[in-house]
Structure formats: structure tokens, C-alpha cells
Design a protein around this ligand. Structure first.
Ligand code: ASP
Ligand code: MG
Length: 404
């Protein structure tokens, strides 16, 4: 028994039947003696539909007005859910972001939570013994204007509320039943993990395992909020995300992920002299282009090659930018390859186990897959491959680490 924050995503509240299902999950938790704060997303595609509506009227609408509009999606799902809970005969109140005390900065459409004044929620819980339903994704700034946290922001709302209320647990209900060792939609033998660490989850989220919003995991780590990811459609236990996870039996890694949103640029025959790498990467940094893997070849006399990866959507801009400075950088040409993919293994267990990277490379060799680039960190090894090899590579690596 304790205080539990439960977050339900858009698919979990998509229609009347599903809202009733969510109302049952919430009231079951309440009936077991817990205080419950539920944070909801907008129903199904509501947020996308609202954006479309705005485009029809003014494609260049201000962000302030966009936030005013988009915040309504969550108001609908929350009031409907409160009505469903009323019908089941339980005390309940739904609150908007501002009623719930969620104070943000003024960056409309990508606001950051500064503080949550929890008095109202606390008194609803303590004095009225109410179930509290809070709109995800939104808050209020110092001008009393409504702000939103950016797409997918309801996870962050839930974790922030759990931190502010010192909740015992924050459950993220979604349409998958947890975090897997690889994407079960295309990897045979992918298994659900019982537990995973915050650090592993952060790596997997940024690698394209889009179960949790990255900011919410960062926040959960910072405030040590116990998270659990589970499905609102099954009654199965989910995956716990925490600081230190139980050592998984014998496995050295927690998961294999692929990220298609990547492109490789190669500067061919760059002058081999001090300051070139500095110039290249500061030019990109000034335009907010994030560089991931970098590889510099050994000089051949006067020249060398520098290759690096960026997000696929940044590739053309990066090329243009460097072409503009061709004279001062002194390279022959830039090759751009958008048909690449980054495949990574992630695992806190790597810290204690030697030979993990070699095992991954071995799996790729056995599958006759060529590696273009490699990068490593404490808990991750990434390789850049041809896109056409992506699924076979993930399967081969997964088999190597997880097959009995
Ligand atoms: N409704 C918002 C979105 O679709 C927030 C969320 O779902 O987390 O982005
Ligand atoms: Mg959504």
C-alpha cells in the first residue's frame, strides 16, 4: 500500500471501452488500499488530428496558440476517464496541468517542468480520499499561459509527479508489455526483461526502442523514481526500470537495438594538419547537428579521411555546410551514405565481462555481415552496417547472446 502514479498512453485510452478498462485498472489499485494519481495522454491520434486542424487554418500558427489547442486533447481523455470512475462509484477528480500545479518555463511546445506545487493533489488525496486524474503533457508558465512539454511528454509528466509526490511507484501503461531484449516484432526469441537499469534504458531509448520518452527516464534516474513499464491490455507483470537491476542469469547484455535514423558522411582527402577536426565539428555544432560515431583514418602523406555519422534528416544540411567551407577545410569531396543503420548492444554487465564486443563482431562475421564503423562506451557497443543487413544482424547478435 502506498502512493502510485499510473500513466496511460494514447492507445490505452483510445475509445470508450478502453477508457472503461483503464478506469478498472485505476479503481482496482485504489481498492487495494493505495492512493492513486493517474496521468493520461490524449486519446489515440487526437494530438495529430489537432495539429492537422491548425494547419488548415494557419500553417504558421504561434506556438502559444498551438499549446492552447493541443492541451485540450488530454482534457478530453481525463474528464472522460473521471466520468467512468464516477460510474463505478469511486471518489474522483480530474485536474488540468495548471490545476495540478505543474509549473514550466515559457518554451511553448517544448516546455520544461520547473516545479510542481502539489498542495491541490495532496489535499484531494488526503482529505477527500479521491482518485486524482491529471492531464499529461501540459503545464502553466509564469504568464499563466498553457504550455506543452513536447510530443510524447506525458511520460515525463507522470515521472515528474511521482518525484514531486514522492510516490512509491510510477507505472507506465502502454500497448507493449515491457522492455524486450530486441524488438519482438522482427526478432525471433526476443524475451521480456524483468528488470533493466536507468542507464541501459537511456541507451535503448536513444537507440530507437521507443517505449519510454527519454526525458522521463533521465528524470526518473535523477529523482530515483521506481518505474515499471507494463501493458494496459494484459494482466502480466511488466519490466522494472531502476538504478541497479538484478543480474540477469549469465547474459552479458540486456538488449540489441537498431537505429535507422542515421547517415554517414565521409570527407575524403582532408589536409592532415592540426585544427581540421576542430573546424569540421564546430561548424556542425553551430547548426545543432549532433555527430555520433567519428572515424579518422591514418594520414597518407599530406591527407587523411574523416568519416562520421549524423541523423539522416541532418545529412544534407551537414553536407551543404561543409561544402561551403571546402576551400578552408581543403578536402577533395564529401560522400554521403544514407543507406546505413546503427546496430547496438547495451548492457551494464559489460563493465565486468571482457570479450563482449568480440562476441558481437563474431556473430556478424558468422553471418557474413561487414562492419563499416565501430564505437563503444562503458555499457554499449555500436556498429554501423549497410541498411540491408540490419535485421539479419540484429537476429544473429541476439542469437549469439541469448540462445540457450
Ligand atoms: N498527446 C501528446 C502526444 O501525442 C503527449 C503524449 O501522448 O505523451 O504527443
Ligand atoms: Mg500520444
Amino acid at each position: 500500500m502506498g502512493l502510485i502514479v499510473q500513466k496511460f498512453g494514447g492507445t490505452s485510452v483510445a475509445n470508450a471501452e478502453r477508457i472503461q478498462n483503464v478506469a478498472r485498472i485505476i479503481t482496482d489499485t485504489y481498492r487495494q488500499g493505495n492512493s492513486v494519481v493517474a496521468v493520461l495522454s490524449a486519446q489515440g491520434d487526437t494530438t495529430d488530428d489537432l495539429i492537422e486542424k491548425a494547419q488548415e487554418i494557419n500553417p504558421r500558427a504561434s506556438r502559444r496558440e498551438m499549446d492552447m489547442l493541443l492541451s485540450t486533447g488530454e482534457q478530453i481523455s481525463c474528464s472522460l476517464c473521471a466520468m467512468a470512475i464516477e460510474a463505478l462509484g469511486y471518489p474522483v477528480v480530474s485536474l488540468t496541468g495548471w490545476q495540478a500545479g505543474v509549473q514550466t518555463n515559457s518554451s511553448y511546445s517544448s516546455a520544461k517542468i520547473k516545479k510542481i506545487r502539489t498542495e491541490r493533489i495532496q489535499s484531494e488525496l488526503d482529505r477527500n480520499h479521491s482518485i486524482v486524474i491529471v492531464t499529461g503533457f501540459q503545464g502553466i508558465n509564469k504568464f499563466d499561459d498553457i504550455t506543452t512539454l513536447g510530443r510524447g511528454g506525458s511520460d515525463t509528466s507522470a515521472v515528474a509527479l511521482a518525484a514531486a509526490l514522492k510516490a512509491d511507484l510510477c507505472q507506465i501503461y502502454t500497448d507493449v508489455d515491457g522492455i524486450y531484449t530486441a524488438d519482438p516484432r522482427y526478432v525471433k526469441g526476443a524475451k521480456k526483461l524483468d528488470e533493466i537499469t536507468f542507464d541501459e534504458m537511456l541507451e535503448l531509448a536513444s537507440l530507437g526502442a521507443q517505449v519510454l520518452h527519454n526525458r522521463s527516464v533521465e528524470m526518473a534516474k535523477k529523482y530515483q523514481v521506481n518505474l515499471e513499464v507494463l501493458s494496459s491490455f494484459t494482466k502480466k507483470p511488466g519490466t522494472k526500470v531502476k538504478e541497479v537491476a538484478k543480474q540477469m542469469e549469465k547474459t552479458q547484455i540486456s538488449g540489441v537495438a537498431k537505429d535507422k535514423n542515421v547517415a554517414r558522411l565521409a570527407l575524403v582527402n582532408v589536409e592532415d594538419k592540426p585544427g581540421i577536426a576542430y573546424k569540421v565539428f564546430s561548424l556542425l555544432g553551430q547548426k545543432d547537428i549532433n555527430v555520433d560515431i567519428i572515424l579518422q583514418s591514418i594520414g597518407r602523406g599530406e591527407t587523411q579521411d574523416i568519416s562520421f555519422t549524423v541523423k539522416r534528416s541532418d545529412a544534407d544540411l551537414a553536407k551543404e555546410l561543409l561544402e561551403e567551407h571546402k576551400a578552408s577545410l581543403g578536402f577533395d569531396r564529401i560522400d554521403v551514405n544514407k543507406e546505413v543503420v546503427k546496430v547496438s548492444i547495451v548492457g551494464a554487465g559489460m563493465l565486468e565481462n571482457a570479450g563482449v564486443a568480440a562476441k558481437m563482431f563474431g556473430a556478424l562475421y558468422d553471418a557474413d555481415i561487414n562492419i563499416n564503423m565501430i564505437s563503444t562506451s562503458e555499457i554499449k557497443v555500436s556498429v554501423l552496417l549497410d541498411e540491408s543487413d540490419a535485421n539479419a544482424a540484429v537476429q544473429a547478435i541476439h542469437d549469439k547472446f541469448f540462445a540457450e
